[in-house]
Structures are given as structure tokens and as C-alpha cells.
Design a protein around this ligand. Structure first.
Ligand SMILES: [Zn+2]
Length: 293
């Protein structure tokens, strides 16, 4: 277990210092808060290591070879997420945090929104700027003064919250940028999911760039001072075997992983490119900003 001095570490959601070390991830320990069950890495990986990971983050998906297949797959997933939004007839400004290769923004634009994105990977930033306009995409981090208070009608964070160094502070900032009654949609891994409980430390969501791991209880607790919960559900992702094979290849190098990849590669291409829906152990929560008095 990495050498973590727990004396000064506390849970960023409930403030408890009663923490249990679960197992190592990279050079950090995975800690669990005994009060709210938030899991997080300690110490957090340094900024340089994280920047290196994000340098060409989406190449592991196989976007160089499977551009159209992945784009269609992601659009199906995001379309199913956006179905949970109960939208007024008038569309306003829409922010996708972690807009990656732009599929969520493309769908929101088709729905009539004025779309903005934030993205950490340089390749994602450059691609999205070409698609949506230079000034619409913010590279790296987003700051309080990047957008006026009450600017957005909808903010989405799909597979983003777990990457943040200070999620409560980030959520507070997003709530300022949302209009009263504005919507925030979050999809993130769920530590109370069946797959997490079944796979333990082999759960695919455990990786060094995932710094915080939530469940339904502590995510609601974190957001409840700014938001009212509208919907909580288990979302399904649309995937292909080609995509899964690329992800396994990118993250896992053991014999079992290599055998799975070889098996997938042996299958006919039409099977490998076929879309299917799967529960990947995540949760979807839709929040409405509490009306300002
Ligand atoms: Zn806690």
C-alpha cells in the first residue's frame, strides 16, 4: 500500500477524517469515508502525470481507425441520456463539461441549443473548436468568471465528475453558471452498483485518472445544497466489441485481457461493429437548480 499519512486527509463531501484504506491504485491509495462512503485517491496524482494521461486521451478508443463507428455509438448513448431532460419549448445555452469528441454537443445543437464545451484533451479541444467554433470551446479548466452567472439552461457531465480534483467546489461553480431552475445531468460510476460489488478492485472504473468515486447517497449529499434531485436511474451505454477491445488493449496488459482481445479480433467485423446496450455500473442523476430567492 502506498505510504499515505491519513492524519490530515478528510472527505471532501462530509469532512470526516474517519477513512479506511482499501487498496492501491497507481502510486495512490484508494480511501473510503466511513461516514458517507465516498472513495477517493490519496495522495492525488500530480498535475504533470494527469496532463500526460490526457495528452491524447481518446486515441485509446480507437478513434483513428473507428471514427464513424465510435461517433454513432456515443450519439446513441448520449441521446438516451438527453431523453431524461424535460425541456421547455425554448432552448437556451447548453454546456457539456468534458465534451471529448463533441457528440453530446452535436445532439444538443440538433435540439436547438446554443452549445458550449469544456475539454481537457488538446485533441478534443481542437476537434470541437472546428465543429462548434473557436470561442465556444474552453480548453483545460473552467473558472468562475468564464461565463456570467445564470448563463446556462442545461449543463451535462458525462463520465467527468470522477476526474475532478475538487468535485464539491466544481459543482458549486456550475450551479452559479446555471439559471434558476436550470438542469444539470450527471453520469458517473456508482460504487453501490452490482458490477463494483462483484468485481471489487478489478472494477474497470478504478483507474489512476479517476480521483473520486461516488454512490447515489453521497452524490445527492454533495449536490443537495444547490440542487433538487429530479431523476435517478441506471443508464445504459451503447458499445461495440471493437470499442471494448480497444479499451481493454489500452488499459490492461494481462494474459486474460490479451486473450479477450484476440477472441474479439477473431470474430467477423459485422459482429464487432454491432451496437449493443450494456449496464456499465454507472448512475445517472438529473438535478434542477434550486430557485434563487
Ligand atoms: Zn464522507
Amino acid at each position: 500500500m502506498p505510504n499515505t499519512d491519513l492524519k490530515f486527509v478528510k472527505c471532501c463531501i462530509c469532512g470526516s477524517m474517519d477513512l479506511n484504506a482499501l487498496f492501491p491504485i497507481g502510486k495512490s491509495s484508494l480511501l473510503s469515508c466511513s461516514l458517507c462512503s465516498l472513495q477517493f485517491l490519496s495522495p492525488l496524482p500530480d498535475r504533470e502525470s494527469l496532463n500526460k494521461i490526457y495528452e491524447d486521451y481518446y486515441s485509446v478508443w480507437g478513434i483513428d481507425q473507428l471514427d464513424k463507428e465510435i461517433s454513432a455509438m456515443k450519439k446513441k448513448t448520449f441521446s438516451s441520456y438527453l431523453n431524461y431532460l424535460k425541456l421547455p419549448a425554448e432552448r437556451g445555452a447548453f454546456l457539456d463539461v468534458g465534451c471529448a469528441t463533441g457528440e453530446m454537443l452535436a445532439l444538443a445543437r440538433e435540439m436547438g441549443f446554443d452549445v458550449y464545451g469544456v475539454e481537457v484533451s488538446p485533441r478534443g479541444v481542437s476537434l470541437c473548436r472546428k465543429l462548434f467554433g473557436e470561442h465556444k470551446i474552453k480548453g483545460k479548466n473552467i473558472e468562475y468568471d468564464d461565463f456570467p452567472a445564470g448563463f446556462f439552461d442545461v449543463i451535462t457531465l458525462s463520465d467527468v465528475l470522477e476526474h475532478l480534483t475538487d468535485p464539491p467546489e466544481f459543482i458549486a461553480m456550475l450551479s452559479k453558471m446555471l439559471k434558476s431552475n436550470g438542469l444539470m445531468l450527471i453520469v458517473t460510476p456508482d460504487t453501490s452498483s452490482f458490477t463494483c460489488r462483484l468485481l471489487g478492485k478489478y472494477w474497470p472504473h478504478y483507474k489512476i485518472e479517476h480521483l473520486h468515486y461516488f454512490n447515489r447517497f453521497n452524490l445527492l449529499k454533495m449536490c443537495s445544497s444547490h440542487f433538487k434531485l429530479l431523476t435517478v436511474t441506471t443508464p445504459y451505454k451503447t458499445l461495440t466489441l471493437n470499442y471494448i477491445s480497444n479499451i481493454i488493449n489500452g488499459y490492461h496488459r494481462n494474459m486474460l485481457a490479451r486473450a479477450i482481445v484476440q477472441f474479439i479480433q477473431w470474430l467477423p467485423q459485422r459482429w464487432r461493429a454491432n451496437h449493443f446496450k450494456i449496464n456499465t455500473g454507472e448512475m445517472l442523476m438529473l438535478f434542477k437548480k434550486i430557485e434563487c430567492s
